[in-house]
Design a protein around this ligand. Structure first.
Ligand code: HEC
Ligand code: HEC
Length: 378
């Protein structure tokens, strides 16, 4: 009898230990895992409208509502959206890195690593194409892809996800506030996530602040860098528009209209270019080693760089354009010399430093710590 009792005690205590572990591993049951939100929702619409109404915006990404964005912020930081409740959007899109990651490949829910470099999430309303290969045009179409993705979050069954979230104490009320119904479904999750991503706008860098005074406060090195960027080094011919990205809207140089990518003529290049990183690409991107021309806003904080994160520093990036462009059949004409060979810019050391100094002026310090976009779970 004694033996039976002690076996029982051992059994019961190990069940207790196990269920405690389950509590720790599964935030579903953790009472302390609750977001702290302002009594009245932050205002996101004003800063958003400044960008969406004043520059060439993508209509697919151009509507936000404060309560929907607030819900989206919680979802963005919540690891419960992944299959084993370990990975959130914010695991790979970190605010201090302008919502990019500081690794070449990011770690997903099962420890596997993404084949491409995480992208910064900012000014999506100005992007007409999304992802490195421009395969999606609307943020709402995009945001459930990482949730479902086998490497990233692995949550394939959206009915199951909706049920999982419905059982979390704070979600029904947040959905009610956002959508006037506590019912949770994939469409509403997508709306909220995409509106939060779109709400993240950035047009308050030192570059923006200095523009009205014609850059009177720029150092001589920064001025030299800006001049090189726009002229001799030709950076601004691709990294153009207020977003320092592709002019990929209909009628823009890198987005001709409804036609799809193809060689020559008036075609939609889907915001992409081939910059001669390889002579033979293992990842073709949009096709033939063309990748989207990404924004350079906050670029000092989004390294490593390029679709595969091959460069760690901006100095290495500049050296690529200076001396490293490789020959490729689809190499963008802007990166060729008069004979059609890969360009050699022959920049001297001061000029290279100047380009980097200019890129550093594109940092928006406010974005990196803006409470409205911060983690509500701490
Ligand atoms: C495991 C890492 C990881 C997770 C988790 C993750 N992402 Fe990403 N994200 C990436 C990578 C890598 C890319 C680039 C993929 C590509 O181009 O094929 C990307 C691209 C994006 C882009 C495109 C930005 C642009 O300018 O085109 C958006 C928006 C985005 N992610 C939002 C999200 C949201 C929302 C979530 C959560 C539902 C999420 N991501 C979860 C790694 C991740
Ligand atoms: C022909 C168009 C073109 C020109 C000219 C150009 N770029 Fe780029 N840039 C791109 C494309 C396309 C990518 C992405 C390529 C990839 O990842 O495969 C890119 C990527 C970058 C990145 C990395 C961005 C990130 O998020 O990882 C930086 C930094 C950059 N360029 C700076 C410059 C500078 C500085 C110059 C001038 C010296 C320049 N670019 C000239 C098209 C161009």
């Amino acid at each position: 009898m004694r033996n039976v009792i002690s076996v029982l005690i051992v059994l019961i205590s190990s069940v207790l230990v196990l269920s405690n572990c389950a509590k720790k591993d599964n935030p579903d049951t953790l009472e302390t895992f609750v977001p702290t939100l302002p009594a009245e929702s932050y205002d996101y619409t004003q800063s958003f409208a400044m960008v969406a109404n004043n520059f060439i915006a993508n209509p697919a990404n151009s509507f936000i509502d404060n309560n929907v964005v607030t819900l989206g912020r919680v979802l963005f930081y919540d690891p419960q959206l992944s299959a084993n409740s370990t990975v959130a959007c914010a695991s790979c899109h970190k605010q201090q890195f302008a919502f990019a990651d500081n690794k070449a490949g990011s770690v997903g829910f099962g420890g596997k690593v993404t084949p491409r470099n995480s992208m910064s999430v900012q000014n999506l309303v100005l992007n007409h194409n999304l992802f490195w290969d421009s395969r999606v045009q609307s943020a709402t179409d995009l945001v459930l892809e990482p949730v479902r993705n086998h490497i990233e979050m692995g949550m394939e069954d959206f009915d199951l996800l909706s049920e999982k979230l419905a059982a979390v104490e704070y979600y029904p009320a947040l959905f009610e506030k956002a959508f006037l119904t506590p019912d949770i479904n994939a469409e509403r999750i997508a709306q909220a996530l995409s509106q939060f991503c779109c709400a993240i706008t950035s047009i308050n860098s030192r570059f923006d602040q200095q523009q009205p005074s014609n850059f009177a406060g720029f150092t001589p090195l920064e001025l030299m860098g800006m001049n090189l960027f726009n002229n001799k080094a030709k950076c601004g011919s691709c990294h153009s528009t207020v977003n320092f990205a592709a002019a990929d809207f209909p009628g823009g140089e890198y987005g001709g209209g409804d036609t799809i990518f193809g060689g020559g003529g008036f075609v939609d290049r889907r915001g992409g270019a081939n910059i001669g990183l390889e002579s033979h690409y293992s990842d073709p991107g949009i096709g033939n080693g063309n990748f989207r021309i990404p924004t350079l806003r906050n670029i000092a904080h989004t390294g490593p760089y390029m679709h595969d994160g091959r460069f760690t520093t901006l100095e290495q990036v500049v050296e690529h354009y200076n001396s490293g462009v490789k020959s490729h059949g689809d190499l963008d004409p802007k990166l060729r010399d008069a004979d059609g060979n890969p360009q050699r810019l022959n920049l001297n050391e001061v000029e290279k430093k100047a380009l980097v100094a200019f890129l550093n002026t594109l940092t928006d310090e406010q974005l990196l710590k803006d409470e409205r976009f911060s983690n509500p779970f701490k």
